[in-house]
Design a protein around this ligand. Structure first.
Ligand code: ZN
Length: 242
């Protein structure tokens, strides 16, 4: 089965459409959370994701925050302004969809979570120590996570109990290692200084991971953010991918 793996769309419909066009025909879509937050198109993005074929989707911290499940005080002023705007925008139907998303999905060989296997909604996998601990909470050979917006993988080699970090290069498809936690990067708000939208195509039979980047019309998204009165810093960062 050819699966599109996406994460951290962040209400950026233009980036999402570019990814869906570049992915071409897929039999299923696995979405690792944060459909909303930061961007100007929360309803449009949730509606687009809801229509995707054989969708498996987990909830992200921004989705949970948009539902009012988290204390707004935990967010910095810009993030809070963006969060309040998103809360006002979301339609009851899209809110209900986000509300129904699970924190973690365990498939035959793959576990999906936004942050980490241990704390699916909130924990960031940013270092090998945290990743090493997290393999103990993974009940499948493969874990797929988002949240950091960084396309990387953590690998546990046979006989070694310490995870190794590998940065990923686009357009270099490879067979996934035996025990791995991998991140496809962010569709709508990349943070690795490459502003193009990130995604991966995963083949469940061959275990091939094909990570890619696709350009999209960033200025059009920035203009919609300006019109919505979203924070300047969030508008600015899209162009630099940080
Ligand atoms: Zn995110």
């Amino acid at each position: 089965m050819r699966v599109l793996v996406i994460s951290d769309i962040h209400a950026n419909l233009t980036a999402l459409e570019a990814v869906l066009a570049a992915a071409e025909d897929v039999e299923a879509v696995w979405c690792l959370g944060d459909l909303v937050g930061y961007g100007p198109d929360p309803n449009e993005c949730v509606e687009r994701v809801r229509q995707l074929p054989n969708l498996q989707c987990v909830i992200g911290n921004h989705d949970a925050a948009a539902l009012g499940r988290l204390d707004e005080a935990a967010f910095n002023p810009d993030a809070r302004a963006s969060l309040l705007w998103t809360q006002q925008q979301l339609s009851p139907g899209n809110r209900a969809f986000l509300d129904g998303l699970p924190e973690k999905i365990q498939l035959e060989r793959v576990t999906l979570a936004h942050g980490s296997p241990r704390h699916p909604v909130w924990e960031y996998l940013l270092d090998t120590r945290t990743a090493t601990y997290n393999f103990a909470y993974l009940e499948t050979p493969i874990g797929m996570v988002g949240h950091t917006h960084l396309p990387v993988m953590y690998v546990l080699k046979p006989g070694n109990h310490l995870a190794r970090l590998e940065l990923l290069q686009p357009d270099q498809a490879f067979i996934l290692p035996e025990q791995v936690i991998i991140n496809p990067g962010s569709v709508g708000q990349p943070r690795d200084r490459d502003p193009r939208a990130a995604f991966a195509i995963y083949d469940t039979e061959s275990n091939l991971w094909d990570y890619r980047r696709v350009p999209y019309d960033i200025e059009a998204v920035q203009e919609r953010m300006r019109q919505a009165g979203l924070p300047f810093r969030h508008i600015q960062r899209l162009a630099g991918g940080w």
